[in-house]
Design a binder for this molecule. Structure first.
Ligand code: ATP
Length: 327
């Protein structure tokens, strides 16, 4: 592999707060090491189309605090085909780019691994997703902000729930991972938390709500991850409880995309800055197919393929804490 002189950076898949802080970090680290930096608009689709822009240290002023991504994000079906990836490779070569930093989730990393194998092109991943479902890092960029957004929203729902003695089902994001539901649930004092990793069963839900009512609680909040294992969506769950416990006044609130937006938390800004520096440094050091992440507050690298396939484990201790807290 020759010397890396020009690096491309892009954001791909679902956007997350802190992606801009990561772009800023990559661009400024490139400037620090006197390496050219190119921004790719709209993820892999923009790469195929050659939708590039030169980024200098001054082009990323005042974005550290901004949600979303200045480079835009996209999903590209064309990149899933060998012909699409060949076009992308040709665009990179035409622009004399010799390394790529992908900020995104597991899908974006899968694309990166395949691209590297096919074209022997250096790729480094930075985990940017609110779901926190990536192996090799304790935190993904955007997760902390999404958690805080969810907790703030649930706090507000609690105010109205307790004024009317209501039971609220609050759906938070997480199709395959319960990190947001579990942590926001504990943080906001939810009575029950339903996540994709554990099936508590509907009987247990009713029992828990009954216990909560008997113990004199005036309102209840059940936090439900999008992909919880109960087999019912949040509206069906609410109906099930209403049918079985007619004494409850049940309401549903779906937090939805608000969890993706907003100004990133200080934690996410610092994380993004740290991971951006490391990503560029290892690329310049001729490393490839790695993801940068955080473990025990130290920046580490993990094989990009392992980051995708390594799986994610929910913190069982947190489930126990949640149980005890709902006494
Ligand atoms: P999030 O977890 O936030 O949704 P993500 O990075 O997992 O983010 P995806 O939509 O799964 O988002 O993937 C983003 C893009 O990566 C896809 O649109 C596609 O272009 C590329 N990609 C995903 N899987 C593959 C694959 N198997 N082969 C080639 N490209 C892929």
């Amino acid at each position: 592999m020759g010397k890396i002189k020009k690096i491309a950076v892009m954001t791909s898949g679902g956007d997350s707060p802190g992606m801009n802080a990561a772009i800023r970090s990559v661009v400024r680290t490139c400037a620090y090491y006197k390496t050219e930096c190119i921004g790719v608009y709209r993820g892999y689709q923009g790469m195929i189309e050659g939708d590039f822009t030169t980024l200098t240290a001054r082009n990323v002023n005042n974005i550290i605090n901004k949600g979303g991504t200045i480079l835009k994000s996209a999903r590209s079906d064309e990149f899933r085909t060998p012909a699409g990836r060949k076009k992308a490779y040709e665009q990179l070569k035409e622009h004399n780019i010799d390394g790529l930093v992908v900020i995104g989730g597991d899908g974006s990393f899968t694309g990166g691994v395949i691209f590297n194998k096919e074209h022997n092109f250096p790729v480094i991943g930075i985990p940017g997703t609110i779901d926190n479902d990536i192996f090799g890092t304790s935190h993904t960029i955007g997760y902390d902000t999404a958690l805080n957004t969810a907790v703030e929203a649930i706090d507000k729902i609690r105010d109205t729930a307790s004024s009317h003695n209501r039971l609220f089902f609050v759906e938070v994001m997480g199709r395959d991972a319960g990190f947001i539901a579990l942590n926001a649930g504990v943080g906001a004092g939810a009575e029950e938390i339903l996540i994709p990793e554990e099936n508590l069963g509907l009987e247990r839900l009713l029992e828990s709500l009954l216990k909560s009512r008997r113990s004199g609680k005036s309102s209840s909040i059940v936090v439900v991850a999008e992909g919880d294992k109960s087999g019912k969506n949040v509206f069906e769950l609410a109906k099930y409880v209403e049918d079985n416990m007619p004494e409850y006044d049940v309401r549903v609130s779906v937090l939805g995309h608000m969890q993706r937006g907003g100004s990133p938390s200080c934690f996410d800004r610092v994380l993004a800055s740290r991971l951006g520096v490391k990503a560029v440094e290892i690329l310049i050091d001729n490393k490839t197919n790695l993801m940068v992440g955080l473990k025990n507050n130290i920046v580490i690298t993990t094989d990009l393929e392992e980051a995708i396939t390594g799986g994610h484990e929910i913190n069982k201790e947190l489930l126990r804490v949640s149980d005890i807290m709902s006494t």
